[in-house]
Write a protein that binds this ligand. Structure first.
Ligand SMILES: C[S@@+](CC[C@H](N)C(=O)[O-])C[C@H]1O[C@@H](n2cnc3c(N)ncnc32)[C@H](O)[C@@H]1O
Length: 328
């Protein structure tokens, strides 16, 4: 089948309001919401954890409106360690989605390769203090949470154009060969190395939207990413012949998104990509970069483990002092 051209709308604004999208018109959501105040990507983005949860609650109500009945919403996310305290993001998003009316369908663990992460080497504490109570594991996973709005009507496939149905067929060789059938997906993560367009965006690898789009949407349908970042979902949706909507609060990411989509190279008769900058868009990147740089220099001075948050290190020092006091 010859693939017809696709349409993509990218809106800079807060996705708790997706007024550009009609009710029940989206066939799949794939997203990774902002990692709550992640020390090396979004320090101080939210005033409090409650503010983050409120955004999630407002956003999921809007998501329920735009998602078609029976369809899937997938979140790539993880609990966040901020200043030595772990925030239960995975549990809270699950609860918020269920309270909004979605069915909780599955959880897939995305396992990153050992040694290819930019996490703090927390486990090194045991090497320095090989005694009980010093254990802090290195995190090499995230969750892919899969929710569904009601039940999918499989008669949809009977009504579907045969050519569309057949070109949306899942390649069983790829499905089995790359172990899509398991609840653990081994996928290499994107390292935000200096100079990469994903630097400071916490982008997910293309393989994640690739699998989800193939598994949960048909060619020509509409995929939504309400927290678009560098535009990974739009890029993959386009590659796979799907249309898309993307929302991103930070208008400073426009050039990065354009670069990722090869925007300047797209011929006029090809896919259409439209950018809208709403009045509620913000300019965040420069400010956040500044805060991250400041944080890095403080952390470097305070810890031998390169990425450990400052407060966590302080509480470990306290623990060590107490231990010395106890054993004296
Ligand atoms: C984890 S990143 C997404 C990365 C993306 N998956 C990629 O591959 O590049 C989350 C994004 O959500 C954006 N964001 C935060 N709050 C938002 C909001 N209320 N509405 C829309 N976007 C928001 C952040 O600016 C950030 O770029």
């Amino acid at each position: 089948m010859e693939m017809s051209s696709t349409q993509h709308t990218i809106i800079f604004g807060n996705s708790k309001n997706m007024k550009e999208i009609n009710d029940e018109s989206v066939h799949l959501m794939v997203t990774s919401p902002p990692y709550y105040n992640a020390p090396f990507d979004y320090p101080g983005l939210f005033k409090s954890y409650e503010e983050f949860l409120q955004l999630m609650a407002d956003f999921t109500t809007e998501l329920y409106r735009v998602l078609a009945s029976g369809r899937i919403a997938a979140f790539v996310t993880d609990d966040m360690l901020v200043n030595g305290k772990k925030f239960p993001v995975v549990a809270d998003i699950t609860k918020i989605m269920v309270n909004t009316g979605f069915n909780y369908r599955d959880k897939i663990i995305w396992r990153k390769p050992e040694g290819y992460t930019r996490i703090s080497r927390r486990s090194g504490v045991v090497l320095q203090h090989p005694y009980p109570m010093y254990f802090y594991p290195d995190n090499i996973q995230e969750s892919i949470l899969i929710f569904q709005k009601g039940k999918f009507d499989y008669n949809y496939l009977k009504r579907l154009d045969t050519a569309i149905k057949e070109s949306s067929r899942i390649d069983i060789g790829e499905y089995q060969g790359n172990k899509w059938h398991l609840t653990v997906w081994d996928i290499t993560n994107v390292l935000p190395l200096p100079g990469r367009i994903e630097e400071g965006v916490a982008a997910f690898p293309e393989e994640i939207p690739y699998r989800l789009i193939k598994l949960f949407s048909f060619i020509g349908e509409i995929v939504l990413d309400p927290f678009l970042g560098s535009g990974t979902t739009t890029k993959v949706a386009r590659m796979l012949g799907r249309n898309s909507y993307g929302y991103e609060l930070d208008s400073e990411l426009m050039d990065i998104i354009k670069k990722k989509l090869n925007y300047d190279q797209i011929a006029l008769n090809e896919d259409r990509i439209k950018f809208i900058v709403r009045e509620d868009a913000q300019r965040l990147r420069t400010d956040i970069r500044g805060r991250v740089a400041k944080q890095r220099s403080v952390t470097k001075r305070s810890t031998p483990y390169s990425r450990k948050p400052v407060k966590e290190e302080a509480s470990l020092r306290l623990l060590e002092r107490r231990r010395r006091w106890i054993t004296r």
